[in-house]
Design a protein around this ligand. Structure first.
Ligand code: PAF
Length: 283
């Protein structure tokens, strides 16, 4: 497994790959869990070569404490990726990715990057869009692998690929969950025991939204019941509960006439000082 640190080394590695070999790319911020490894596995199955980036991207953090507390465990990540059969790791420093600083380019996607997560984390998706654009320019993969858990992120990136005519196939893999339903996330390690025990309540809330949807309830009632359920979890501070069109992320005010309209439930909540997000495609 080749460990690459600089953009120049990465370009050289990329240029020397056999032209016919397809390259799958999994961007990460490290602190890898089974969810990331399932992306690597999918990339392996669909591409001849797999590269993973590990880069805690400062431009997508709106709070310094969140950036500083983001879990970092490089040695363990490298072992996991070696075992997963990854071909190369791109592990740049901030100055490698942003040699001219972080302020020269902003990529906003109105209506997408400023909704839901974007309200609570201003600038987050601009940072994600910027770093993913940079990484794709450097890696030049045929396929990009991302997890559905960060649903809004996948919508932002799909739109980015379209807008910039980036010839990359976006492959979105299902959310991996712990046995009790908690969506796997690098942030879960920051939950203390009581918060960890309560955290599966978020997924139960999404499942209830799905059931309510299929019993024909109105979006407003579904959201209200979900909000009440979150508030009933001790110490839980809901940030938002949304029921949206899955492609546009526009909030559904009424049930669509068309039963084929893709619908997703999204939520974010604080639990034990940790902000968790989860989602479920319900139609
Ligand atoms: O999902 C993540 O871990 C990050 O947002 C990503 C896509 C690696 C960009 O920094």
């Amino acid at each position: 497994m080749k460990i690459i640190q600089s953009p120049a080394e990465l370009r050289e590695w990329r240029q020397n790959l056999p032209p016919e070999a397809s390259l799958g790319f999994v961007p990460t911020m490290g602190a890898l869990h089974q969810g990331h490894l399932s992306l690597v596995q999918a990339a392996r199955a669909q591409s001849q070569l797999v590269i993973v980036s590990i880069f805690v991207n400062p431009t997508q953090f709106d709070r310094a404490d969140d950036l500083n507390n983001y879990p970092r465990q490089l040695q363990q990540d490298l072992t996991l990726l070696q075992e997963a059969g990854c071909d190369a790791i791109f592990f740049p420093q901030v100055a490698d990715v942003y040699p001219w600083g972080t302020g020269r380019l902003h990529i906003n996607l109105p209506g997408l990057s400023d909704a839901w997560e974007g309200v609570s984390r201003p600038g987050h998706f601009a940072g994600v869009a910027l770093v993913v654009s940079k990484l794709l320019m450097l890696v030049q993969p045929q396929r990009l692998f991302m997890g559905q858990k960060d649903f809004q992120q996948t919508v932002v990136i799909r739109t980015l690929l379209q807008e910039l005519f980036i010839p990359v196939e976006l492959c979105i893999l299902p959310t991996l969950r712990e046995a009790d339903g908690l969506a796997m996330s690098s942030r879960n390690v920051r939950l203390d025991a009581p918060a960890r025990a309560l955290a599966p309540g978020l997924y139960r809330c999404l499942q209830a939204m799905q059931t309510d949807w299929h019993t024909g309830m109105t979006p407003a009632d579904i959201r209200q019941r979900a909000m009440d359920a979150l508030l009933a979890i001790p110490g839980c501070k809901p940030d938002y509960v949304a029921l949206t069109h899955a492609h546009t992320l526009q909030s559904l005010e009424q049930r669509p006439d068309d039963a084929d309209t893709p619908v997703v439930a999204l939520l974010a909540a604080w639990l034990g000082g940790v902000r968790l997000i989860d989602c479920l495609v319900i139609q």
